[in-house]
Ligand binder design. Structure first.
Ligand SMILES: NC(=O)C1=CN([C@@H]2O[C@H](COP(=O)(O)OP(=O)(O)OC[C@H]3O[C@@H](n4cnc5c(N)ncnc54)[C@H](O)[C@@H]3O)[C@@H](O)[C@H]2O)C=CC1
Ligand SMILES: O=C(O)[C@@H]1CCC=N1
Length: 266
């Protein structure tokens, strides 16, 4: 696959690392206004770094846009003359609707919105996908890319804002939970490195139990909570202090914030 990442910042770099590590490219163009920030990709076979978005578009079939919402319109306008009807446009841009993209480049383009997360760098992204009518014919291509780099789910565009919170912002939320667990482990006597090791692998095990067994989390909790034991004591104390409630309220706040981001159309 000939892929270009237009805007190689935090997310774009993560996607590039995942694509390179998984041998998912024939050629890869990485664009950025100042190339110093992506010098780590210099020297990779078939990877080209450039400030020229038009060159990247002309040399690629699949265009992954990973720029800030406020830059997207001007970039689409500037690359539009170089688009052919065979290009597949994949936008990761938060809150920028398919209708808005079509209003700039036209309806006769394969347009897909993808909401991955930074775990794409290690092949573990949860990525949600949707497309315009023409893009339905290429959604399998997007699924193939993102399934190599984790797990994907096709959803209606109306759920993209929620998917942004759960999957993309979700990485930050889970990191904070892992950090809090690490802090507790240090207070309970582990050194910092061991504490993080315990927290990381325990959270990985918890997620894998659900992924592998398909159970509801409460079924797994029931297996751990010995009656009158230490787990239920701790769990109930966390809930008295608002663990579930604060997570839910934080995610709703995050969702509401997206509506205020420039270019948000949904
Ligand atoms: N960071 C994340 O975890 C996620 C971000 N997103 C979305 O992806 C987009 C990018 O997010 P980040 O990577 O965090 O932002 P970022 O600010 O780190 O990256 C954007 C990059 O675009 C480059 N850029 C700006 N104008 C350009 C131009 N004319 N030509 C080429 N490159 C240009 C900037 O130099 C920068 O490196 C945003 O719309 C964000 O909402 C979506 C999912 C996850
Ligand atoms: O925080 C943000 O606005 C972007 C979108 C999801 C992840 N990062």
């Amino acid at each position: 696959m000939k892929i270009a990442i237009i805007g190689t910042g935090n997310l774009g770099k993560s996607i590039a690392k995942g694509l390179i590590a998984n041998n998912a490219i024939t050629t890869l163009y990485l664009t950025k206004r100042a190339l110093e920030g992506i010098s780590e990709f210099e020297g990779y076979k078939n990877v080209t770094l450039t400030t020229d978005n038009n060159e990247a578009v002309q040399k690629s079939d699949i265009l992954i846009f990973a720029i800030q919402p406020s830059h997207f319109e001007e970039i689409l306008i500037s690359i539009a003359p170089f688009l052919t009807e065979n290009h597949v446009l994949i936008s990761t841009v938060t809150g920028f609707t398919i209708a808005k993209i079509e209003s700039i480049v036209g309806e006769n383009q394969f347009i897909i919105r993808a909401m991955p997360n930074t775990a794409i760098a290690v092949g573990k992204s949860m990525t949600c996908l949707c497309s315009n009518t023409k893009g339905e014919k290429r959604i399998k291509v997007a699924e193939a890319i993102f399934n190599r780099l984790g797990h994907s789910l096709c959803i209606p565009e109306t759920q993209m804002q929620a998917a942004t919170v759960v999957c993309a912002s979700g990485i930050a939320f889970w990191m904070r939970l892992i950090r809090a667990t690490t802090q507790a482990a240090i207070q309970l006597g582990f050194d910092a490195k061991e504490a993080q090791e315990l927290a990381m692998y325990t959270s990985e095990g918890a997620a894998n139990l659900l992924i592998t067994n398909g159970n509801h989390p409460e079924e797994e909790i029931d297996r751990v909570t010995t009656p009158k034991g230490c787990t239920i004591e701790g769990l109930n104390e966390m809930e008295h202090k608002g663990l579930s409630s604060s997570l839910i309220q934080g995610m709703i706040a995050s969702f509401n914030k997206i509506s205020t981001i420039k270019e948000e159309q949904i």
